[in-house]
Design a protein. Structure first.
Length: 428
């Protein structure tokens, strides 16, 4: 997966690939890629909750402990055995270089290779973990954050067991840099062009766009591109793009990687019905939390300009649901707080509109109705009852109900539907 592994956009795919698992099957989350982070326990908890709530999959976490007792005792062996036998194994965000180092120490890399080579179970590698599955791995943190010279690290080469000599790069279409080039997992074109020259001639870069996945089905020997983006096979600066919704034989992908001249570029077979292949629905183009929040805020402002209070309330409720759905995303720590800030602002704007609405009869209608009722009282005192009744009927047509008593006349605005809307005012 290129990104979004625990976001709402990937729920359908996770459900699909776990649907055939036996009930109660072992499912393991590898903590390693983010094991160095101080919030690793929270990240693991959110991932488990995501799979429990959204995918109906009960998971356990394979811990990343660096103490000698863990490595020397039987604990590490237990983790290896569990990963080897589990029907489903997942690994996601963090540091590729850290993951490779730890998996080498714990000998988990060989277990993962063995899983893939024998086609056992489901193995999901996303984001940072996806960087590790090729023959060469990208040390993203060191290059992008620490300024190290671009270089490849030896990868796990899980793809090599499938006959695919590739360096996998997730976040391939990243645009977080704005005017700065952060494509290719924050590398940018110049650094990727430099690194590409260091790959063996028979290999290629395999790029996976964000919120996109590449599924290799070893039972059918088919490869499917799933999601909003594309899979890119890049050799010597020349890219072949395979669109989401495309299915191709594994052998055809091998030929594309090798640069075989006869390897035809596959065409998309994206079905018209949305949702089954991971494509996003028309009108719901937001596939990240930020995009969803931005779209909601624009819609809210439009509804406010149109004085559509019901729509304003609906958008607010919908946004709260969106934020809740994204709360388990392992990569949305700061984004969630920002989204809630926007939501709170919308609630305050809605409250302001409601407060103005509650005072509307007193502030606006009162300035009109009170003089009319004074006129009606004067007309009645002069026995001009027909004119007085005409005034009463006129204000009634505008939704104002008048009730006479010994103390005077009292009015209440009931609105066009006859439902009581606001306060009253008496005229003597």
């Amino acid at each position: 997966m290129g990104s979004g592994e625990t976001s709402p956009t990937m729920v359908t795919l996770h459900r699909e690939v776990t649907a055939h698992l036996p009930r109660g099957a072992d499912a393991v989350i590898l903590e390693t890629p983010y094991g160095f982070q101080v919030n690793r326990d929270d990240t693991s908890s959110r991932a488990r909750e995501y799979f429990r709530r959204s995918v109906n999959l009960a998971t356990v976490v394979a811990p990343d402990r660096r103490d000698e007792d863990f490595s020397d005792s039987g604990c590490a062996a237990e983790v290896r055995d569990r990963v080897r036998r589990s029907a489903w194994v997942f690994s996601g965000p963090g540091s590729p270089s850290y993951a490779l180092d730890r998996w080498s120490t714990l000998r988990l890399g060989e277990i993962l290779r063995e899983r893939v080579s024998r086609g056992y179970g489901v193995t999901v590698m996303a984001s940072a973990a996806a960087c590790t599955v090729g023959c060469a791995a990208l040390p993203v943190y060191e290059i992008y954050k620490a300024g190290h010279s671009p270089e490849w690290l030896p990868g796990l080469d899980l793809m090599g067991t499938l006959g695919l000599r590739v360096a996998v790069i997730p976040h391939y279409d990243n645009t977080e840099g704005g005017t700065h080039d952060t494509r290719f997992c924050y590398l940018g074109e110049p650094r990727l062009a430099s690194l590409e020259k260091e790959l063996p001639d028979s290999s290629a870069v395999l790029g996976i766009d964000e919120h996109t996945a590449v599924i290799v089905d070893l039972d059918t020997s088919l490869v499917r591109v799933w999601g909003r983006g594309v899979m890119t096979i890049r050799r010597n600066g020349v890219s072949t793009r395979v669109s989401g919704g495309t299915t191709l034989p594994l052998e055809q992908l091998r030929n594309l990687v090798k640069g075989t001249p006869s390897a035809a570029v596959p065409t998309s077979r994206r079905p018209p019905e949305d949702g089954e292949d991971g494509t996003h629905r028309p009108g719901s183009d937001a596939v990240t939390l930020q995009e969803a929040v931005d779209a909601a805020e624009l819609s809210f402002s439009a509804a406010q300009d149109a004085r559509n209070a019901v729509r304003m309330a609906d958008i607010t409720v919908e946004l709260e649901s969106v934020i809740a759905a994204w709360s388990a995303d392992m990569e949305e720590d700061q984004g969630g707080e920002w989204a809630r800030t926007v939501l709170h602002g919308m609630i305050r704007r809605l409250a302001g509109a409601a407060e103005r609405g509650l005072h509307e009869p007193e502030r606006t209608l009162g300035r009109i109705v009170a003089p009319l009722l004074e006129l009606r009282t004067r007309l009645r005192s002069e026995s001009a009852f027909e004119l007085a009744d005409a005034v009463r009927e006129a204000v009634a047509a505008g939704g104002v109900r008048v009730r006479d008593s010994a103390e005077g006349s009292e009015w209440r605005w009931e609105g066009a539907t006859g439902d009581q809307q606001a306060g009253s005012r008496a005229e003597t």
